[in-house]
Each structure stands twice: as structure tokens, then as C-alpha cells.
Design a protein. Sequence first.
Length: 334
Amino acid sequence: IHHYPLSITAAAKPEELPLPSEEPETDAISSDALPTRAVLGELRLSSVTPSSVQLQWSVPEGSFDSFTLQYRDDQGQPRALPIDGGSRSVTVPGLSPSHRYRFHLYGLQGGKRIDHTSTNVITDAAVPEQLPLPSEDFQPEDNRPEQPQIEQPQTEANQRLLVLGKLRVSSVTAKSVELQWSVPEGPFDSFMLQYRDAQGQPQALPIDGGSRSVTVPGLSPSHRYHFHLYGLRGKKRIDRVSTYVVTAVPEEFPLSSEEPQDKKQQTEVLPSATTRARAVLKELRVSSTTPDSVQLQWSVPEGPFDSFTLQYRDDQGQPQSLPIDGGARSVTVP
């Protein structure tokens, strides 16, 4: 069992944009003026498209009269979106594809900023390239105008009965990913999963209509894939959902430099075999993913642990180490 010191790093205070028609950037308010403490919970991304994001938050203590969501558009101009005090989510429209935004949510009482929370979001890319289905389903490129890539249901009644749920990542390794989805309204006759391999060649994986998950083997480590799941009625594409996945790094690497270098010092002897038997980690799983973050979760069927350390390599191949409190069972890696 490894025992690691828990460290806390303070994040830089986000840039505060001025509220509309308001001179001061942040107004102080005395504790005597507040009947109850008002606290904002974490600002989270609930959905993202190429031109919009949906954000959600909680208010664990107190209440706010209103909220203001602030960000800069893709030209760098400040934007402010007023929100009712009873709301716990907001959709921000009019965004640009594949653009990084930093959103700041302020909780207000009497027009004064009491608390704030922030998050970074990268919008999805523009509508992804449609890959052709296998040759038995589609004609060659020259004949394709007569048979569009996505066929619409013939009636509105059919369309309401055929809907794909969100495509999610349930597990990922260096060479495979497992994807899952739901069919809130259906059924479909079959599904087709499409993606490009590490060499850029299109791949199509047919799936039975009763399936709600699929494992994609033969992938390359540390590679970014864009998967498209199509729901088919007959040989016609009725609905589509997509997601990005980055496969895992294959090799292990040592803890960050603050840990002891001597292997003998890296493992501490526990006081008894009984203590060792009670500390067990269960499988690490992906619970959600966005273009620039993943949320991981795990369980401790036998424990507890004092703390956890999450390690990975960034896109430059540099090792990163994230300390986590021993009571946590999930973490978001931004």
C-alpha cells in the first residue's frame, strides 16, 4: 500500500468581467447584511454542441436573487447572460465550433456578487464528416446524390418512435473502448458504428438492433477517435449520436518527483495483514467525457484509503499526478 502526502494547490482567480451597466467589478457585502450564507456549487457541463453549451450548478447553502453568466465570445468581447435565481441550468447559444470558452457564474443578492464558480468548455467540432456505410448499403460516390447519407423517416409518427440516446464511454484501454447508448424511443432494426482508424481509414462495425453497448478492439494507444453511432431502419440511417475518445497510455510511469526515488522507500509496511486486506480498489471507469476533460469513478469495496493519486501523461507525453482526498469516489480531469 502506498501512502502519499495530500497537497492542495490554489487555482488562480478567474478574470471577472463587468456586469452590464455596473461600475464595480466585485462588491463586498458585510456578513450582517446576509440573513443566511449563500454558496454556489461547482459549475458543470451537462451537454455541448458545435454552437451551444448547457451548464448546470447547485446552491448547497442559502439562496440567490439571480445569477449572471459571463464569458468572452470568439472575438474576445465580454458577454453577460442574466439568469433567474431559481434556475440551476442554462443553455448558452451562438457559440463557435471547436472554440475554448471560460464561463464564470456569479450568484447575486441585491445586485451584489456574493459567490462565483467557473469552468472551461471547448465546443464540439462542426457537423462531422459522414462516412459511407459498407458498399452493399450505398452506391459509389458518383451515384450518391440519389441516396443521401442520412435518410429521414417517412412520417413524423415514425420519427417520434425512433430516437437514439447519448453515446457514452463506459471503459477505455490502450487498445479498445467500450461504448454504450440507450434507445428512449424505438426500436431500430440495427446499428452501425463508424470511425476512422489511426491511419485515417474509415471503419464500420455493424451491431445487432437489440444491443446497447459495443467494444471496439484493435485501436492505437494515446490516439483520439471520433465515433458515430447510427440507428438504422432497414438500410436507412434514421438517427445519429457521436462522441470523442482518447485511448489510454500503455506503459506505467513512476510517481511525480516529490515521491521517494528509492523503491524500498516507496512501499511502506502496514502494521498488520488485516489492515491490508481491508483496503481494496475496484475498477476505474469513465463516467463521462468531453473534448477537453474526462470524469472517472471507482469504488472501495474494502477500505478505507488515506488518499488517492491519479497519474497520466498529457498530450506532450509529460507525466501528471493529481492528488485526491481519501473520501472521494470520482474525479474530473480537466
